[in-house]
Design a protein around this ligand. Structure first.
Ligand code: HEM
Ligand SMILES: *[C@@H]1O[C@H](CO)[C@@H](O)[C@H](O)[C@H]1NC(C)=O
Ligand SMILES: *[C@@H]1O[C@H](CO)[C@@H](O)[C@H](O)[C@H]1NC(C)=O
Length: 318
């Protein structure tokens, strides 16, 4: 009897834990055309506007860092529900929700009620990176969508661009991501744009930056708070629509746009200088480490089993 109980407990544990595993073939029977369907929509969105690839990638990051990759960032506020879209790191900043809607509609047409919004973000980010010239990887799937969101967690869990290196490292470590993962995933800033308000203090007040770079950026980002807050500048001064390793070269030449970017390379023997140097000179290692770290980020606290739901509309609870 005792050993039967032990066996039963072990079985429950094994089944329970295996249901919490994501897998690359999760939809192979239930939605065999998932990948081509998502990629078609992502490709046309990026053809329309290259920046959209960056925006979709960032949505996945902001989803995963707030109670796991569970589609919580996609939920709209209503009179009776508070989502994450107005959180400080998100408001006036995250974008791409219309494209996620387009992807979801296309996926619902080929396989209704099967694919989660959380998984759509994971696939769309991978596709974005690939289309912009970055590495490819097999996306793990099987996440379900949350029935909750947390404005407070969104405020607290996504590090601000004013963060120093130690804060960045502990933020990533607390989610099971290493210091190397922090550096390689920050390589996402090889694409996309930032608003003046995100880098104003750096270009006017910091010393660890190239003078002519600062001068150029000041041209479209006035010193006075409130003026031109939403004016954009590329995170990668060289090739903002190509997923390459120029981001790391920029850091070495002190042309990181955000304070948090330049923290990764202080130039005076900082903890992560050597990682930045290696990615700046070895694009192949950057690409493979990036792919591995994206899979790791995608593994943060997935909702699985009978928890959560497969949302019909990514913006609204079923
Ligand atoms: C290490 C900590 C990080 C900080 C402090 C940070 C901060 C920021 C900030 C402030 C912006 C500009 C937002 C704006 O001004 O509207 C931005 C943009 C972006 N971030 Fe990060 N980020 C971090 C890590 C990441 C990671 C891990 C990813 C992806 C895996 C990522 C992907 C992006 C992308 C692609 C953009 C451009 C988005 C667009 O053009 O729409 N970031 N980030
Ligand atoms: C989150 O941040 C926003 C924007 O600063 C603020 O309006 C809101 O009160 C904050 N909410 C929580 C719960 O922290
Ligand atoms: C630069 O630093 C000074 C002193 O801390 C501060 O008063 C000022 O607002 C900062 N300027 C910008 C543009 O952040």
């Amino acid at each position: 009897m005792a050993s039967f109980c032990t066996l039963a407990i072990v079985l429950v544990f094994l089944i329970g834990s295996s249901s919490a595993q994501l897998s690359t073939d999760y939809y192979s029977k239930s939605c065999p055309n998932l990948f081509t369907t998502v990629k078609t929509v992502v490709r046309s969105a990026i053809q329309n506007e290259a920046r959209m690839g960056a925006s979709l990638l960032r949505l996945f990051f902001h989803d995963c860092f707030v109670n796991g990759c569970d589609g919580s960032i996609l939920l709209d506020d209503t009179s009776s529900f508070t989502g994450e879209k107005t959180a400080l790191p998100n408001r006036n900043s995250v974008r791409g929700f219309n494209i996620v809607d387009n992807i979801k509609s296309a996926v619902e047409k080929v396989c209704p009620n099967v694919v989660s919004c959380a998984d759509i973000l994971a696939v769309a980010s991978r596709d974005s990176v690939v289309i912009l010239g970055g590495p490819d990887w097999k996306v793990k799937l099987g996440r379900r969508d949350s029935r909750t969101a947390s404005l407070a967690a969104a405020n607290n869990s996504i590090p601000p661009p004013t963060s120093n290196l130690n804060t960045l490292i502990s933020s990533f470590n607390s989610l099971g991501l290493s210091t190397k993962d922090l550096v390689v995933l920050s390589g996402s800033h090889t694409i996309g744009q930032a608003r003046c308000t995100s880098f104003r203090a750096r270009i006017y007040n910091e010393t660890n930056l190239d003078a002519s770079f600062a001068q150029t950026r000041r041209g479209n980002c006035p010193r006075a708070a409130g003026a031109g807050d939403n004016n954009l500048a590329p995170l990668d001064v060289q090739t903002p629509a190509n997923f390459d390793n120029n981001y790391f070269k920029n850091l070495i030449s002190r042309r990181g746009l955000l304070h948090s970017d330049q923290q990764l390379f202080s130039g005076s023997g900082g903890r992560t200088d050597s990682i930045v140097r290696s990615y700046s000179s070895d694009s192949a290692t950057f690409r493979s480490d990036f792919a591995a770290a994206m899979i790791k980020m995608g593994d943060i606290k997935p909702v699985t089993g009978s928890n959560g739901e497969i949302r019909k509309n990514c913006r609204i609870l079923n």
